[in-house]
Design a protein around this ligand. Sequence first.
Ligand SMILES: Cc1cc2nc3c(=O)[nH]c(=O)nc-3n(C[C@H](O)[C@H](O)[C@H](O)COP(=O)(O)OP(=O)(O)OC[C@H]3O[C@@H](n4cnc5c(N)ncnc54)[C@H](O)[C@@H]3O)c2cc1C
Length: 481
Amino acid sequence: MVVVGAGPVGVTAALLLARRGIDVLVLDRHAEAHPLPRAVHLDDESLRVLQAAGVADAFAAVSRPMAGLRLLDGGGRTLAEFPRGAGDHGWPQGSMFSQPDLEQVLRDALAAEPRARLRGGVEVVRLDGAGPVRLTVRDRDTGAEEQLVADAVLGCDGARSTVRGQIGARMRDLGPGERWLVVDLVADTPLPVWPGVQQVCDAVRPATFMPVAGARYRAEFRLREHEAVADLDLDGLLGRFGAAGCTVVRSAEYRYAAQVADRWRQGRVLLNGDAAHLTPPFIGQGLGLGLRDAHQLAWKLAAVLDGADDALLDTHQAERAPHARSLVRLAVLLGRLMTGGGNRAALVRRGVLTGVRRVPRLAAFTASSRTPPLRPGPQVRRPRFAPGSPVGSLLPQPPVEGPQRLDDVLGPDWAVVTAGGPVPPSWPGRVVRADELGSPELVRWLRGRSVLVRPDRIVAAVARRQRGWWRWDRPPNVSSR
Ligand SMILES: Cc1cc2nc3c(=O)[nH]c(=O)nc-3n(C[C@H](O)[C@H](O)[C@H](O)COP(=O)(O)OP(=O)(O)OC[C@H]3O[C@@H](n4cnc5c(N)ncnc54)[C@H](O)[C@@H]3O)c2cc1C
C-alpha cells in the first residue's frame, strides 16, 4: 500500500502497518524531512502510539518531561497552574521535544524496517479508483510522471492535502483562524524559567513561552489582524520571559485554523493527521490527534488488506472524527477563555480560573488531553446502562513486573485482560492474567472484570456479572479481528 506524506503521521502509520506485515511505500514531495520546528508537546497517550511503532524509547532520549501549564495575566502574575507528572499510560503526561528530532527518530526506524520504503522528491498529483487505486506521481526534479497502483492509499499529506481534494472532501471551519508569530530560541546558559508551558492570558498580546529540550526555547505571540511582524518589538516581548539575550534561530508567522474534513474515506483511500483536521495550538494536540488516527486505523487497514470486510474501514471516520471535532472545539474555547475580551473578560477569566484551580478534579480535567470514550459501534460494545464503563476508552498502562511494558505483554493483536473473570468461549487470542503480571494497579482497575482490548488498546467489551452469571457485552465480530 502507499502512504502519501512522510511527515510524522505518515511515517508513524507506515511503521505501524509494516510491523503488521504490510508492505508500505511512503511518498513525499520533499527529499528531506521538514527542517523547521513545529510541534513541541506530546501527551502520554501519543507516546503509547510511538511505543506501538517501536520508537518511544528513542523519542524519550530526545525529549524531556513537561512540568505543566501555568496561566499568567498580562502583568505576569500567576492565575492558575496545572501540574503534569506521571500519568496512567506509562509515560510522562506531557513531553517536550523538537519536531525535527522526532521526525529523525521516525525516519531512522523506517529505514531499518524491511517492509517499508521511503521515496522523496515525488509528488502525488492524482488518484483514480478507490481500491485498487491508481496514483499519478510527478518527479519534482524532472517533471516526469509515472503511474503506480496500490491496494490502499493513506493520505497523510498535511494541511494542503492533495489526497483530501482527490476524494472530494472539504474542510469545515469550527472557529476563526488566528495569526501567531512563532519564535525558536537558543540560550547560551539555561534560563531561570519554570520548566513548563507559560500561557499569558491577555487580550492585548496573548503569548506562550516554554523550554523545549536542551538549550532550546519557544515563544509565540498572537498578531493583531493587520499587524506586520516587522512592527513588533521582539526584544521587548522576549524580555518579559527573561529571554531577551537568546539567539533567535527562526521566527515565522503561522495562521492557525480550526477545521475538520467532512469526509475521511473513499473506498480504500483514507485521511490521517493534518489532512483530516487542523487545530489551534492551545492544548498542543495537532500531532497527537494525527498519531491517534494512525494507531486506530493501522490495525483495521492491515485486517482489510488481509481479507477482512472493507466495512471495517467505515469505523475510521465514525470513531476518529468526533474526537477531532471535540478537541478542535475545546482548543477554540480555551483560546477564547485564555485570550479573549477586554477588562471585563479579564475579570471573568480570573474568577473562572480561581474556581477551576480550587477543585482538583476540575483542574485535572482542564489540563487533560484524554481521548474521550468512543461511541458505541461495531468495534465498541458499550453496555446500555453501565455508567463509568471502560468500554470505548484506552486501557491504562500501569507498570508490570519485568523489563516489558503492558502493551508489549499484550502483543500486537486483540487480547483479553482478566482479573479472574471469564474469557469468551473458543477465544483464539492472547489471554493476559493481571494477577500474574505483578501489577496491583491493573488488578485494582479491573475490579474483578475481564476486558476485551483492541490492538489500539481501546477496551472493546467487558464481561459483567449479572444475576450471579458472567456475561460478555456482545464482543465484536470474530471476522474483523
Ligand atoms: C508552530 C506550530 C506548533 C505546533 N505545536 C504542536 C504541538 O506542540 N503539539 C502537537 O501535537 N502539534 C503541534 N503542531 C501541529 C503539528 O506540527 C502537526 O499537526 C503535524 O506536523 C502534522 O503532521 P502530518 O504528518 O499530518 O503533516 P505534515 O507534517 O504537514 O506532513 C505532510 C507531508 O506530506 C507531504 N506532502 C504534501 N503533499 C504531498 C503530495 N501531493 N505528494 C507527496 N507528498 C506530499 C509534505 O511534504 C509533508 O512532508 C504545531 C504546528 C505548528 C505550525
